[in-house]
Design a protein around this ligand. Structure first.
Ligand code: UT7
Length: 333
């Protein structure tokens, strides 16, 4: 079976920033409540799921130095498609000029981890290159008057290129799970706003994230002490800290971007991963533990080996990193 490696990534955030002080203006809330209960200071809001996906993907493809014909499959993980039909992936395929097959993957905020593991399996049986884009614009479905959700969510996209690479192995082990019996704690009916029982989501999220992360470690035969960076879903800083603490990870070993992004649904894990890579917190060969949870409820965890050299003909082009306040991108090499 062919091996795989994540060779490039790119992110996109809408330019409009909403601060906690902005929310104080029209909601019965305070900066100190939001910061102490969620860890969020600012979130980016605006754009479309398709538009952010295209922007992030262009950055990732540019860094990977691949042209549209070289992408064998596009997976868009999203919980907030712009249209009910067709898939976001079809719209993105057209805009990027890809000629490959496409599908959307919707499994709550765990969706990116599901997509990565699925892509890794498809590379193992023959695909050369899969573009995975996580893109969500939850702000479009949040009730602006509901202080329990309006303060929490932001919009973002993060794209990754997963390539076939002999001898490498991106996903070392994984765990998927779901409990459809909990669907009503976080849901959106057609044409209505998102509804969330925050306390229930919180309580269950802590439990399933810990159990799933431990299962992924066990399945990959990797000890927690071998993990260089823990990258959990960015749902609430208190959840992140509790889960990381129970798994034995220090703050320095735990990636958190929630203070400046808010909860960006399925984009949160790949966004945090991209920011870790772009800011030098990940080195080639590092083992990373991803742990997602969200609506469904679903959960998904994976142990990933970061960055292996590609064959010489596929070495990514080296570029000076673009310094953009609202995005980051980079390539392994
Ligand atoms: O990605 C999908 C997964 N989703 C999540 O990870 C979200 C998980 N849940 C949470 O992050 C938290 O439950 C919330 C941030 C949503 C709420 O925090 P909490 O600490 O669980 O607050 P709570 O619901 O227990 O409410 C405590 C108090 C209540 O007031 P009383 O009844 O004590 O008077 C709420 O009405 O805080 C009140 N409250 C607020 N006050 C100011 C709730 N939201 C707000 C707010 N500002 N925005």
């Amino acid at each position: 079976m062919a091996g795989s490696t994540i060779t490039a990534w790119g992110t996109a955030l809408p330019p409009h920033v909403v601060t906690n002080a902005d929310l104080e203006g029209h909601l019965d809330t305070t900066d100190s409540w939001i910061l102490s209960r969620t860890g969020i200071r600012t979130r980016h809001v605006g754009g479309t799921t398709r538009g952010l996906a295209v922007e992030a993907a262009r950055r990732a493809m540019d860094q990977a130095a691949i042209d549209p014909r070289q992408v064998d499959l596009l997976i868009v993980s999203t919980n907030t498609p712009d249209l009910a039909v067709p898939a976001v992936a079809a719209l993105v395929q057209h805009e990027l000029g890809l000629s490959c097959g496409v599908f959307d993957l919707t499994s709550g905020c765990s969706s990116f981890v599901y997509a990565l593991v699925v892509a890794d399996g498809l590379v193992a049986i023959g695909l050369r290159r899969v573009l995975i884009i996580a893109s969500d614009t939850v702000s479009r479905i949040v009730d602006p008057e509901d202080r329990s959700t309006a303060v929490l969510f932001g919009d973002a996209a993060a794209a990754s290129v997963l390539e076939s690479s002999p001898g490498a192995r991106a996903v070392l082990g994984w765990d998927f799970g779901a409990d459809g019996g909990s669907a009503r704690i976080l849901y959106q009916s057609h044409g209505e706003y998102l509804r969330m029982n925050g306390q229930e989501v919180y309580r269950r999220a802590v439990r399933v994230a810990i159990e799933s992360a431990m299962a992924a470690l066990e399945n990959s035969k990797i000890g927690a002490d071998e993990i260089a960076l823990f990258v959990p879903h960015q749902g609430n800083l208190r959840i992140i800290e509790t889960v990381a603490g129970r798994l034995g990870f220090s703050a320095g070993q735990t990636m958190s971007v929630i203070d400046h992004t808010g909860n960006t649904s399925s984009a949160s894990i790949p966004f945090a991963l991209a920011e870790a890579a772009s800011t030098g917190r990940l080195r080639d060969g590092d083992l990373v533990l991803l742990a997602g949870f969200g609506a469904g409820m679903t959960w998904a965890s994976a142990v990933v080996r970061w960055g292996r050299e590609l064959p010489p003909e596929r070495q990514p082009r080296r570029k000076a990193p673009r310094r953009q306040r609202t995005s980051s991108s980079g390539a392994v090499g």
